[in-house]
Design a protein around this ligand. Structure first.
Ligand code: GLA
Ligand code: GLA
Length: 702
């Protein structure tokens, strides 16, 4: 669905919690927001007990006053439905609404997101609070839209309450129709797991050996969790659509076991994301060789863009992030907050709110810093946000509705992600290879998208791209293989890695030579394969047999055999007993080509393929950029220069983002207007540390 905003300006704003502050502060807060050129606030997403202090009795006074004050200052409001935090009275009276862990521990009041999606009682009470709020605020002049709940599947993305077991059973009955079909899909004859009555069927449960359930059951469990979250959200979306049709409906966050694409297509006007680039400094990415750190967030933003080409950042990091006992992030240095803001916008954000206005003085998030400190006096983060506000008030409108331009997509799908969480024979490879490709592309200034292959994906969705990198799709449906064959036949390029194509959608292995469903497209078979770990010494491959081009053949080796005249060996293994056998192949298929890389990708391997394919950056012939600077271009939504509604497309803008603290040296080969300063850049130009340039792109006819 297209972004439905009546506003003709870039909406910049902040998350605000009137219930956490003395009412006497509100007016001053809103006044200062307006001074910073903020125009929107989100509120109420955790305030159920304020609205319904006891069951069935509703009070709107506090938020009426807060929203009226916001409105008086000219601010728009996005309202959250408060269902991520059920009141204490609710969970005490109806304990069946609580979530339960895999081990059977009931999760109690005291944090948030401790409810389950299945309890009919919880759905009923959520419907009622949503209905009451919608009725009360549907005509409020400040309200522009709604956020359903907060961050579905954050905190915990597994559900094992009694209600969940029952709901899973109905979901399976619907899916399989009979126990025979269920037994077959789950391979239940293996280890005597055959079910003879539906009451015996459950979500996965503790078994001997820690957490080793039936893999086919577990894959269905994840599909169920996703469907169940969407059906939970739908209850609220339907009410909001019915009662508040003029206001948009969205939800925020990107978390596990949830098909956010389907949820967005079916329920939302657009998707919203919470962008905290500092998370990249507390993950294992810190240990990677040449990590991208906060720049790696651009890959997450690309995944968000695959859901909604234009999206809202509902929470943008505005200071050091930390909870009391975990998550301890450094303070953004001067300029970094602004850089991250433009990173979000460069990747497709059409509205952005900082999290949060002022740091909380109590609760789990006293170290999750807002723009304002506890003391509430001017600080550098407030000044930096005000600078962004001033800039966007001048140029922000220009981006609205324009689309990130990419000719290359890194392909993913939910089935392989979910199956791969459990299956260590392919799961960990997907993330590693996707990241390696992203690094190789972004450092060469080749903008890329993420594309999720789904049952609804059509040839037209693929035709946008010159090349697709689909690293390790172990599960491959016949229909997916056929779609990719059509894309390649027309001239597209597809790149696969090891472990491609050998499982069906149930997670059973095809009784066919690997790469199973991708064999025809690749023109090869896999003669044999092995993990490369433990006592197995690292292995290598060489390109075109050139010993000087030796690179590691990481983690897993598919030893290939050419099966078609159109297939060509691009690299051979250079070590172990299969030295000399094909490691990388390229198959001409119709007008295009399909590559098979027998191992897990790393940056060097991706770089070599980029070189062999002769991919060129849009910066080519326009400017010379160092590796440390990211290039992103937003332009018209459609190839013909129009937006999807047929109107002339938005003007093209190129974003240059310097993630390093030290200045970057750029060379402009053509005079280029910088939009924030109005200056024309030519020849050598220095981009300050953490600096941003917004360029009028040469395609822009203005
Ligand atoms: C044991 C069991 C087999 C099989 C193998 C491999 O030997 O007896 O049934 O499970 O381990 O795991
Ligand atoms: C998420 C939530 C916010 C807040 C931040 C910081 O994005 O939506 O409520 O908790 O994380 O932890």
């Amino acid at each position: 669905m297209a972004m439905r905003l009546e506003e003709d300006r870039f909406l910049l704003g902040v998350c605000y919690y009137p219930e956490q502050w003395n009412e006497t502060m509100w007016d001053d807060d809103f006044r200062r927001m307006r001074e910073m050129n903020f125009s929107v606030v989100r509120m109420a997403e955790f305030a159920w007990s304020i609205f319904e202090p006891e069951e069935g009795s509703f009070r709107f006074g506090l938020f009426d006053r807060a929203m009226d004050a916001a409105h008086r200052h000219g601010l728009k409001v996005i309202l959250g439905t408060p269902t991520a935090t059920p009141p204490a009275w609710l969970t005490a009276k109806y304990p069946e609404v609580l979530n339960v862990t895999f081990e059977g521990v009931v999760l109690q009041h005291g944090l948030r997101r401790h409810y389950n999606y299945s309890s009919p009682k919880y759905r009923e009470l959520c419907s009622r609070i949503t209905r009451e709020m919608a009725l009360h605020y549907k005509d409020h002049p400040a309200v522009i839209g709604w956020q359903i709940d907060n961050e579905f599947n954050c905190e915990i993305s597994e559900f094992y309450s009694e209600a969940d077991h029952l709901a899973f059973r109905s979901w399976l009955q619907e899916k399989y129709g009979s126990l025979d079909r269920l037994n077959e899909a789950w391979g239940a004859v293996f280890w005597n797991q055959t079910y003879s009555g539906w009451e015996q069927v459950h979500l996965t449960r503790p078994t001997p050996s820690p957490r080793q359930p039936n893999p086919h059951q577990l894959l269905d469990e994840k599909r169920f969790i996703s469907d169940n979250a969407i059906s939970f959200a739908k209850v609220q979306a339907d009410i909001l659509r019915e009662l508040a049709p003029k206001q948009f409906v969205t939800t925020n966050g990107l978390f596990g076991h949830l098909d956010s694409h389907r949820m967005t297509d079916e329920l939302l006007d657009f998707f919203s994301y919470d962008s905290y680039p500092q998370f990249s400094t507390i993950t294992e990415r810190e240990q990677e060789e040449s990590p991208l750190l906060d720049r790696s967030w651009s890959l997450n933003l690309s995944a968000v863009r695959s859901i909604s080409p234009n999206f809202c950042v509902m929470e943008q990091q505005s200071g050091p992030g930390g909870w009391v006992n975990r998550m301890d992030m450094p303070s953004p240095k001067p300029g970094q907050m602004r850089l991250w803001t433009y990173q979000s916008i460069a990747h497709g954000a059409d509205m952005l709110l900082y999290f949060r206005w002022r740091t909380a003085v109590f609760g789990n998030e006293i170290y999750w810093h807002g723009i304002n400190d506890y003391h509430n006096r001017p600080n550098r983060r407030v000044r930096e946000a005000a600078q962004v506000g001033e800039e966007l008030s001048r140029v922000g409108k220009r981006f609205l509705g324009s689309r990130f331009q990419a000719e290359i997509a890194i392909v993913r799908d939910y089935e392989n992600e979910w199956d791969g969480e459990y299956d260590v024979w392919h799961g960990p490879f997907g993330w590693e290879s996707g990241t390696a490709w992203f690094k190789a592309l972004t450092r060469r200034h080749l903008p890329s998208d993420v594309l999720y292959l789904r049952e609804t994906t059509r040839l037209d969705d693929l035709r946008r791209y010159r090349m697709l990198v689909y690293p390790h799709p172990a599960i491959m449906r016949r229909e997916t293989a056929e779609l990719l064959e059509q894309y390649v036949a027309e001239g597209g390029v597809v790149i696969f890695g090891c472990r491609t194509g050998y499982k069906d959608e149930r997670g059973h292995c095809y009784m066919e030579p690997f790469p199973g469903k991708a064999a025809k497209l690749c023109g090869i078979s896999v003669e044999e394969f092995t993990m490369v770990k433990g006592t197995r010494a690292p292995t290598f491959l060489t390109w075109n047999g050139d010993p000087g081009s030796r690179i590691p053949a990481l983690r897993f080796n598919d030893v290939l055999a050419v099966e078609s005249d159109t297939a060509e060996v691009m690299a051979v293994y250079a070590s172990d007993y299969y030295a000399g056998k094909p490691a990388v192949t390229r198959n001409r298929f119709g007008a295009g080509e399909a590559w098979y890389y027998g191992a897990v990708f790393h940056e060097q391997a991706a770089a070599r393929i980029i070189e062999l394919l002769g991919l060129r950056s849009p910066a080519n012939g326009w400017m010379k950029l160092p590796e440390s600077v990211e290039l992103a271009i937003r332009g018209s939504a459609e190839a013909n220069g129009n937006d999807s509604d047929g109107r002339p497309g938005a003007p093209a803008t190129a974003f240059l983002l310097n993630y390093e603290e030290k200045p970057a040296k750029l060379t402009f080969l053509r005079p280029t207007e910088e939009l924030l300063s109005g200056q024309v850049l030519q020849g050598e130009v220095e981009l300050e540390g953490f600096g941003v340039l917004l360029l009028r792109s040469p395609e822009d006819g203005e």
